[in-house]
Design a protein around this ligand. Structure first.
Ligand code: ADP
Ligand code: ASP
Ligand code: MG
Length: 390
């Protein structure tokens, strides 16, 4: 039978019961393909490991951080293999380095260069289910590395490509991709099929459902993948693939993310911008031609890192918190005057701290207490609540 890659995220393996439920899904799947399983750390394990690290040191060496964080996935891969054995399925767990997931020499956010598939082919030939730890690899200089938060998606996509573009299923806690975060907006419309480009824009602006780098890698190799819920696998999900876009300008999704604004005074900040951007994920920046101000927007989870870097560079800056970036995503969004007008009429110019427009995306920074109302109104205007799925 042909291999297939099945990835289970942290929410799918959060408890022993969920691990057993996942084992059942894998067992059933064996009737149609030979599963290669990728698993994330249980629930909030990675967050807990990070907290533990920072309770020891304010400045943990990146190498040791990766050594620690890679443990989360090792726990779940071993437990899932045990659960499979109990169901009579021979399974064998492997770390990223054991299966030859080779990354660049960079800790915390390493890129995958190659997958050797070392032990995977062997296990499949022996009729066993390989269970691979997501989110980790081994660098060219043989150090354990991690791929960046949410990186198990990337492991799954990279494996499916290396195995020859085999079917790839991403199991999570929601049954697919919705036009809005379905946990906050339960009436959001679900997509049964979606183009890589839309999901890539969504992922890079706060929709956690799939890692942006994983979407881009799948697009590069035209690997279709299915996103579905491990809680309700029978509900189907969203097939993400290359779609010929005959779409007329239209809004497909709205994302939100919490951001922090840094206002850097003086000219000194400008030449140092590249240095800051190398270390921190800067969502957007603006700089006036007088050079008096450099304004940076960074995601809230990068707040402390940005604060430290700007302070270490001896820059003078002020910080503004409690902001949200709302992004409206779809084909032609950047060039449609009708869409722009609708957005401005809903948001109101006076409430916008920053705005950016690109081909498929229009993003606005607003005060967080207005976020929910604005998204709700925009969703109504653009028809993003339940209607015929498509
Ligand atoms: P996993 O643990 O499986 O990796 P994540 O927490 O990374 O899962 O991603 C799933 C979450 O993504 C969902 O619980 C959902 O709240 C969130 N999400 C945000 N935006 C969307 C969206 N537009 N469609 C689906 N899920 C979304
Ligand atoms: N466990 C890692 C994280 O929490 C990777 C993942 O879940 O994909 O970021
Ligand atoms: Mg995830």
């Amino acid at each position: 039978m042909k291999p297939c890659v099945l990835k289970f995220g942290g929410s799918s393996v959060a408890t022993p019961e969920r691990i057993k439920a996942v084992a059942e899904i894998i067992k059933d799947k064996r009737e149609t393909c030979d599963p290669v399983v990728v698993v994330s750390a249980m629930g909030k394990t990675t967050d807990e490991l990070l907290t533990l690290a920072y309770s020891i040191s304010q400045n943990p060496p990146p190498r040791e951080l990766d050594m620690l964080l890679s443990v989360g996935e090792r726990i779940s891969m071993a437990l899932l293999s045990m659960a499979l054995h109990d169901l009579g399925v021979e399974a064998v767990s492997f770390t990223g380095s054991q299966v030859g997931i080779i990354t660049e020499n960079k800790f915390n956010r390493a890129r995958v260069l190659e997958i050797k598939l070392y032990r995977i082919t062997e296990a499949l030939e022996e009729g066993k289910v390989p269970v691979v730890a997501g989110f980790q690899g081994v660098s060219l200089s043989k150090e354990i590395t991690t791929l960046g938060r949410g990186g198990s998606d990337l492991t799954a996509v990279a494996l499916a490509i290396s195995l020859g573009n085999v079917p790839c299923e991403i199991y999570t806690d929601v049954p697919g991709v919705f036009a809005l975060d379905p946990r906050r907006f339960p009436k959001a419309r679900r997509y049964r099929r979606l183009d890589y480009a839309v999901l890539s824009e969504m992922a890079s602006s706060g929709a956690k459902v799939m890692h942006a780098r994983a979407v881009n890698l799948a697009a590069k190799y035209e690997l279709p993948f299915l996103i579905l819920s491990s809680y309700e696998p029978d509900r189907g999900g969203t097939l993400v693939e290359k779609r010929e876009h005959l779409e007329s300008p239209g809004v497909k999704a709205i994302t939100t993310d919490s951001v922090v604004m840094y206002d850097v005074e003086g000219r000194e900040g400008v030449p140092l911008l590249a240095k800051v951007m190398g270390e921190v994920r800067v969502l957007n920046f603006s700089h006036d031609s007088t050079g008096r101000h450099l304004v940076l927007f960074v995601p809230e989870e990068e707040r402390d890192k940005a604060l430290k870097i700007l302070s270490d560079l001896n820059l003078r800056f002020s910080i503004r918190e409690g902001l949200s970036v709302i992004c409206v995503i779809g084909w032609g969004v950047g060039t449609s005057p009708e869409i722009h007008e609708t957005v401005f009429s809903v948001v109101g110019w006076e409430h916008i701290f920053m705005m950016s427009v690109s081909d498929m995306k229009m993003c606005l920074v607003v005060s967080r207490d207005r976020e929910e109302v604005i998204v709700d109104r925009l969703a109504k205007k653009f028809g993003l609540y339940e209607s015929p799925e498509g």
